[in-house]
Design a protein around this ligand. Structure first.
Ligand code: ADP
Ligand code: NI
Length: 210
């Protein structure tokens, strides 16, 4: 197996039992979207592809004990003889991409991967992931009396027990404006439009005025 094949096998095995929205196919989609963005933006493809494949293996929710050190990503990269400086670049990118931390990545490669991860949270796929997440966390689809809370702190965001419809206002509708690269900004436009039309339709049907 070459390096990329090994990386695919590693993440496939790692995410074998996750149903919370961080499954192998999320990683695969981020890989493909990040590759597409990186080619257009002329970023270093190997860095982008490895960072995309490894971006969730030390996620705070899935692997809290390895999150700070990026132990899982580091182990894979070290075992595959990736030079230490490259490992540092990749781990920096992985650390930068989480939304709750709202960091703008330093490197073009980091920007590509963060954009790809955010693109997977919006549009048709994003809608499905939001409701899947809500279901797995016992959240209501919608509650007319529970209003969205904007400008939450990191802690409030993490502990919030809002509805899934509110998640669109609290996070998903904000993402199109936060894309780093022109390529991702363009892809985000139609995904954002589709998602807003979906929520408008949802609320109209909720109120019986569709
Ligand atoms: P990231 O992939 O940036 O770590 P998260 O772990 O926050 O993102 O979210 C993973 C998926 O679950 C995303 O599609 C996101 O929109 C969705 N999600 C996260 N929090 C909520 C929530 N409170 N309600 C509904 N969906 C959520
Ligand atoms: Ni992700």
């Amino acid at each position: 197996m070459n390096l990329m094949e090994k990386a695919f096998a590693f993440v496939k095995d790692f995410f074998a039992s996750d149903y919370s929205g961080h499954d192998y196919f999320h990683t695969l989609r981020v890989f493909h979207t990040a590759t597409r963005i990186a080619i257009k933006e002329k970023a270093d493809l190997q860095i982008v592809q490895l960072a995309a494949l490894l971006h969730d293996v030390d996620d705070r929710k899935l692997s809290p004990q390895t999150c700070a050190e990026k132990t899982n990503a580091r182990r894979f990269l070290t075992e595959n003889q990736i030079p230490p400086a490259t490992i540092e670049r990749i781990c920096q990118i992985i650390g930068e991409i989480s939304f709750a931390d709202s960091v703008i990545p330093d490197s073009l490669e980091g920007k590509c991967v963060q954009d790809a991860d955010r693109l997977d949270a919006i549009g048709a796929i994003g809608i499905a992931r939001a409701f899947a997440y809500g279901g797995s966390h016992n959240r209501l689809l919608h509650h007319p009396d529970i209003k969205p809370k904007l400008h939450m702190t990191k802690e409030e965001y993490r502990n919030s027990n809002s509805t899934t419809i509110n998640h669109f206002y609290e996070k998903l509708f904000l993402l199109a404006d936060r894309m780093n690269t022109p390529t991702a900004k363009e892809i985000a436009q139609s995904r954002d439009r589709y998602m807003r039309a979906y929520v408008a339709e949802f609320l109209a049907q909720w109120d019986g005025i569709d």
